[in-house]
Design a protein around this ligand. Structure first.
Ligand code: FAD
Length: 495
């Protein structure tokens, strides 16, 4: 068979493009060399946000698009995306209040809002918002953005593509591809074998590898280049009470987020470090750790040190190289490289978790010359798998969830409702007690859920399960994690 589209890369952009294309009637194959979202798309700050800071760099197009996407994504995946209040403490020596007010005014008005609140000025001293901060912070501002489970959003895009007929292959690397008159012939390799796949068009959504795939894999010379910028996060035990997050101004004019994470933790990030090495797994370094600890200790009353860090992760931003000198000011907007000199190829540079759906629409628009009968854009009002309930009423959905499976302990019901939405029914089925879900590996990670992750969500290793499909790696003990690994090995060995 000759596919219409072969997508290289199962990060947020590749999966969003596969979903959009499959829904417009194209036959789609997607190859991901590792796990879905195993590269940059699980290493983000996990925000669906307009990007308040990008206004200072005059990125109005990007901010407008991203602001509008917040509401689109809230409606598409209300289990994975949820509103969050951000507190921005005001500090006399940094940005003046008028500048912050002007930025927030734009933020409130650049795009329509239905589900999210506008910004306001708030008192900090003596209030819950101010409680964890140093006493000198008297006032600040609040505004709304959203948080998201980035890795699960990628899986949701892949599931939607699959439901629309796409062929999703994980642990499958595209070695290279050659042009033959009206098509590409790509060589794909998985653990067992090498195969050839034919496709009329290739989409190169290889994230940090995009330039490498473009030049070495597809043999295309382009003037567009990727600029890799490393960003790291640390996770500590909860630093403050409440459901709100902080956006802290740093003395280098960057901002650092402190976000409630997985009930018991706080996520702190990020850094912006020029990265010169080859694309691949990245790790936090000592300077980044000091930088993030210092940012918290500047603003928070309680001081933290390295021993307070329970986990960290790093990712490479695959930014479009616009020639900027400093890593933190390289454009966050995306760009395509289009090559129609033979069978077409489209390569994606940049892009955000927030804007992947819109980027996919734009990518398909660009490919219209190759597919003149392409159906119109369709994803703006569509829900993602698991998200087919009232976006304004997660509490109502959760209450129904608890009525359907009353034996689930409150915290577990919330975790499952958030992670799977309505798709939790696929493995909870008619269970009436915990034992019906099989062995519990810890924190309510049952055999039924594990089997679901393997058969329905492409999980192949303990890491896929514990650090991407769920974040239970943070909660389980070492012994429990090993048991998950053994169970998966046995399960996959028998398949
Ligand atoms: P990736 O997720 O890297 O996916 C590319 C995939 O291609 C990889 O999985 C890789 O394995 C695969 N691949 C490569 N070569 C091949 C090959 N030859 N064959 C098969 N597969 C291949 N955005 C937001 O909206 N909100 C945020 O809060 C946010 N915070 C961020 C914080 C940090 C620190 C970073 C680094 C980024 C952040 N971003 C955020 C941006 C966002 O995470 C990225 O722009 C986005 O994840 C990029 O997705 P991608 O699909 O292009 O790349």
């Amino acid at each position: 068979m000759v596919f219409d589209l072969l997508v290289i890369g199962g990060g947020v952009n590749g999966c969003a493009i596969a979903r959009d294309a499959a829904g417009r009637g194209l036959s789609v194959a997607l190859a991901e060399m590792g796990d879905l979202a195993s590269a940059t798309s699980s290493a983000s700050t996990k925000l669906i946000h307009g990007g308040l800071r990008y206004l200072e760099h005059f990125e109005f197009r990007l901010v407008r698009e991203a602001l509008a996407e917040r509401e689109v994504m809230l409606r598409a995946a209300p289990h994975l995306v949820r509103p969050m209040t951000f507190v921005l403490p005001h500090e006399a020596g940094l940005r003046p209040a008028w500048m912050i007010r002007a930025g927030l005014f734009l933020y409130d008005h650049l795009a329509q809002r239905g589900l999210l609140d506008g910004s306001r000025r708030v008192a900090l001293r003596g209030t819950a918002f101010g409680a964890p901060l140093r006493p000198e912070y008297e006032t600040g501002f609040t505004y709304a953005d959203c948080r998201v489970d980035d890795a699960r959003l990628v899986v949701a895009y892949a599931l939607a593509a699959l439901e629309l007929g796409a062929d999703i292959r994980v642990r499958t690397k595209v070695l290279d591809a050659r042009r033959e008159t009206d098509r590409w012939v790509a060589r794909l390799a998985d653990k067992e074998s090498e195969t050839e796949v034919e496709a009329r068009v290739i989409v190169n959504a290889a994230g940090p590898h995009v330039s490498q795939v473009l030049h070495d894999g597809l043999g295309i010379t382009s003037r567009k280049h990727v600029r890799l910028v490393k960003g790291s996060h640390i996770v500590t035990r909860r630093l403050f009470d409440g459901d709100h997050a902080y956006i802290l101004q740093n003395s280098d004019r960057r901002v650092i987020f402190a976000i409630p994470y997985e009930q018991d933790f706080t996520l702190v990030g990020t850094t912006d470090v020029t990265y010169e090495g080859a694309p691949g797994p990245a790790a936090i370094d000592a300077a980044e750790i000091s930088y993030l600890l210092a940012a918290i200790n500047r603003c928070f009353a309680r001081q933290i040190e390295e021993a307070d860090i329970v986990w960290s992760y790093s990712g490479l931003r695959p930014l479009f190289d616009d020639g900027a000198l400093e890593a933190s000011v390289v454009t966050r907007d995306y760009a395509f490289d289009l090559d129609f000199s033979g069978a077409p190829a489209l390569s994606v540079f940049g892009g955000k978790i927030t804007t992947a759906r819109r980027l996919a629409e734009h990518a398909l628009d660009e490919l219209r010359p190759a597919f003149p009968k392409l159906a119109p854009a369709w994803t703006e009002r569509a829900t993602l798998p698991g998200g087919d309930f009232d976006a304004a009423d997660f509490a109502g959905f959760l209450a129904g969830f608890r009525r359907d499976w009353p034996f689930l302990e409150e915290g577990l019901a919330l975790r499952l409702a958030r992670a799977y939405g309505t798709r939790a029914a696929l493995f909870l089925r008619d269970a009436r007690k915990m034992e019906d879900l099989g062995r519990d590996f810890g924190c309510g990670l049952t055999q039924a859920e594990l089997a679901h992750l393997v058969t329905e969500e492409w999980a192949r290793s303990a890491e896929d399960v514990l650090w991407r499909r769920t974040k239970l790696g943070l909660h389980l003990r070492e012994r429990e994690r090993v048991e998950v690994e053994l169970m998966l090995a046995a399960h996959l060995g028998n398949k």
